[in-house]
Design a protein around this ligand. Structure first.
Ligand code: SR1
Length: 325
C-alpha cells in the first residue's frame, strides 16, 4: 500500500498492518466498532485484519498470537476475559507490538484503555428512568458479571438502588453468548411471567434490551413495561420508535467512533507519540420521544441531526486523517 504523505514512519512508507481481535460475535454494536476501525485504518493506509470473536478466550489468545506472527505493528483488543489475556498481551508488547484495549481491563500501563464513560452512561439512563417513573418502582435488571462495561454500569445501578430504597429489584437475568438477544429473551419471559409487577427493566446492553422487548411483546405486556438500555444501532432505533415499543430510552456512543479512536490511538503509539491511558468516548441520552420527534430512523440520520454524536476528540493528531463518517 502507498504511504501516507506527511505522516511519521512507518506510515509514510505504507505496508503497515494492524489487527483487531474481538471476543463477542453477536450484535450490531461490535460490527459497527469494526466498521469504524476499518474506515480509520483505510484513511491511515493501514491494512487491518479483523479477528471476530466467538466468546472463546482460548481462541482469542490464539488470534493474538497469530496477529503477532503476521507482523502487525499494533493490536486492538475488543472485549474479553482479562485474566486470559494479560500474559499474551505482554508477549505482544515484548515483541514490540503496540496494544490498545477496548472494554477489557488489561491492567498494564503500556496499554491504553478505551471506554464509553460507562458510569455516566448508566447514570443518564437511570436519571431518565427516575424522571419517567419516579423513584419507587419494581424493576428487572439484565446483567452478566465479568464484562468491564457491564460491571461499571452495575456499580451505578447498585448505588442508584441504595439511594432510592423504593426501587425494588425483583430479578436479575441475562446471557452473553452467540445469540444474546434470544437467550436473554427466554430468561426475560420467565422473569416477567413470575413477576407481573415489574414495570421497569434496566438492560444496559442493546442485545439485552432487544431480548426484553421481544419477551414483553410475546407475552402481551409491552404496554406495562419501560426498558432503559445502552447502545444504539439502526435496528435499535427502529425497535425504539416502533408503535407501542416499551424501549423508551438508551444511552449510547456512536460505536464506529469507538473503533476509529482505538485505531488512532494504536497509530499514535506506533509513531512513538504519547497517548493518554484512559480514552473516553462520551455517550448521549436518546429517548424514544426525542427520536420520534426528530423523525430519526437510522444511525446516519442520528449523526446528521446530532453532530456531537458523530465527533470525538480522542487520539487525534495533525497527520491522522479522520475517517469519513
Ligand atoms: C457484554 S459487554 C456489552 C457492552 O460492550 C460495549 O461496551 C457495549 O456498549 C455493550 O453494551
Amino acid at each position: 500500500a502507498a504511504g501516507l504523505a506527511g505522516a511519521p514512519a512507518p506510515f509514510d512508507q505504507g505496508g503497515v498492518k494492524f489487527a483487531l481481535v474481538g471476543y463477542i460475535s453477536a450484535g450490531d454494536f461490535f460490527s459497527a466498532v469494526q466498521a469504524g476501525a476499518k474506515a480509520q485504518s483505510a484513511a491511515l493506509g493501514v491494512d487491518l485484519q479483523v479477528f471476530p470473536g466467538r466468546q472463546d478466550s482460548a481462541e482469542q489468545r490464539l488470534q493474538i498470537e497469530q496477529a503477532i506472527n503476521l507482523g502487525v505493528k499494533a493490536i486492538v483488543i475488543d472485549h474479553g476475559e482479562p485474566e486470559a489475556l494479560r500474559d499474551v498481551v505482554q508477549k505482544a508488547l515484548d515483541a514490540g507490538v503496540k496494544v490498545v484495549a477496548f472494554d477489557v481491563n488489561i491492567d498494564n500501563p503500556a496499554v491504553p484503555q478505551v471506554e464509553q464513560s460507562d458510569h455516566e452512561l448508566a447514570r443518564l439512563a437511570l436519571e431518565q428512568a427516575a424522571k419517567d417513573n419516579g423513584t419507587s418502582f419494581t424493576a428487572g435488571y439484565a446483567y452478566v458479571a465479568g464484562f468491564a462495561p457491564l460491571d461499571r454500569r452495575n456499580e451505578v445501578w447498585q448505588a442508584f438502588k441504595k439511594a432510592n430504597p423504593g426501587v425494588v429489584e425483583k430479578a436479575q437475568f441475562g446471557v452473553v453468548n452467540a445469540t444474546t438477544a434470544l437467550s436473554t429473551s427466554d430468561q426475560a419471559k420467565a422473569v416477567l411471567r413470575a413477576n407481573p409487577d415489574i414495570s421497569v427493566v434496566f438492560a444496559p446492553y442493546d442485545e439485552f434490551a432487544r431480548g426484553v422487548k421481544l419477551a414483553a411483546t410475546e407475552l402481551g405486556v409491552a404496554d406495562k413495561l419501560k426498558i432503559y438500555s445502552a447502545d444504539v444501532s439502526t435496528a435499535d432505533i427502529q425497535e425504539i420508535v416502533a408503535d407501542g415499543s416499551p424501549w423508551v430510552a438508551t444511552v449510547a456512543t456512536n460505536p464506529a467512533l469507538v473503533g476509529a479512536a482505538a485505531i488512532r490511538a494504536a497509530a499514535k503509539l506506533v509513531a512513538g507519540e504519547a497517548v493518554d491511558h484512559n480514552l473516553v468516548i462520551k455517550p448521549t441520552l436518546l429517548t424514544q420521544a426525542g427520536l420520534r420527534e426528530a423523525g430519526v430512523t437510522t444511525i446516519e440520520e442520528l449523526a446528521a441531526k446530532l453532530p456531537s454524536f458523530n465527533e470525538s476528540d480522542v487520539a487525534l493528531a495533525p497527520w491522522i486523517p479522520v475517517a469519513s463518517k
